[in-house]
Design a binder for this molecule. Structure first.
Ligand SMILES: [Zn+2]
Length: 286
């Protein structure tokens, strides 16, 4: 179970949050163009290429416009995060294959049910539904129990950056992938809408962890941002909410939305002083 910290430092005000977080906005704005340019490529390759490109862009932007110098990823951490990137990419692929096979086996008649829905309706619906399962499991994980034992790995670092966005236990990655894909497959969204939703959620999953200065302003009410997600990693349990990643909708509906313009939590990391299962060696916990 989570243990409250011994001290409760006040949130930190940062002038660097007054400007626009344009690297995040540019990333999102480039997604439709990239999807159009790669429209003839296999979907799995599009997702992988766009994920790696988004990560490279955010890591470059963090070097040029960081929010905090002490949150930059360093050598051993980059090696650790590279390992988890490869491992969880494999886990995502296997999970997607298993979930798809199970759905096709169990409910072949449901396939394609929403395939003809207008993309203008289908994409927001797919994103909202794709976020709901991981949101619910994430929120449940923070109440403790075995879900928290695995999810706590993601909270072990005391800094946030795009590289350590991928730091998650493989089981955590697997349940997120399954929860995201299940409604998409059961409701039969078109393959294009599934790809667009997955690309958006993948980019958001990286961008909300990025150590970038700036704000998304009023967009914080519509989409996930680093400003919002940093609160989730706060060491202070009472403010560590915002369980959603791509969009804040479910946090807003279920009362766990935290938005404090111009402020960041002072200390990030686990509520306890050590990980429940000690997932990471001492060299790689920052
Ligand atoms: Zn969490």
């Amino acid at each position: 179970m989570m243990i409250k910290p011994m001290t409760t430092p006040a949130p930190r005000r940062s002038a660097r949050l007054q400007q626009l977080n344009w690297p995040h906005l540019l990333l999102l704005a480039s997604l439709p163009l990239a999807l159009w340019g790669l429209r003839d490529w296999p979907h799995a390759q599009v997702l992988a290429l766009m994920g790696l490109t988004a990560l490279a862009w955010l890591m470059l932007a963090e070097r040029l416009w960081p929010l905090r110098a002490d949150w930059q990823a360093r050598g051993p951490e980059l090696i650790r995060d590279g390992g988890f990137l490869g491992l969880n990419a494999l886990v995502d692929s296997v999970s997607a294959w298993l979930v798809t096979a199970l759905v096709l086996q169990a409910s072949p008649g449901l396939s394609g049910w929403l395939a003809n829905l207008s993309p203008w309706l289908a994409l927001p619906l797919a994103i909202a539904l794709g976020e709901l399962g991981p949101f619910a499991l994430h929120r449940r994980a923070h109440r403790g129990g075995w879900l928290w034992r695995f999810h706590s790995l993601h909270h072990q670092p005391s800094k946030l950056n795009a590289a350590n966005a991928v730091l998650a236990h493989p089981l955590n990655a697997a349940w997120n992938q399954a929860a995201r894909l299940l409604p998409w497959l059961l409701l039969g969204f078109s393959p294009d809408v599934v790809l667009w939703g997955a690309v958006f959620m993948q980019a958001q999953g990286l961008a909300v962890h990025a150590n970038l200065r700036g704000s998304l302003g009023p967009l914080n009410w519509l989409i996930g941002s680093a400003e919002l997600h940093r609160w989730h990693h706060s060491m202070i349990e009472s403010e560590a909410h915002n369980y959603g990643t791509a969009i804040p909708l479910w946090d807003q509906l279920f009362g766990s939305y935290v938005y404090r313009p111009g402020q960041t939590p002072t200390r990030l990391g686990l509520f306890a002083t050590s990980a429940p299962l000690g997932w990471l060696p001492a060299c790689c916990r920052s």
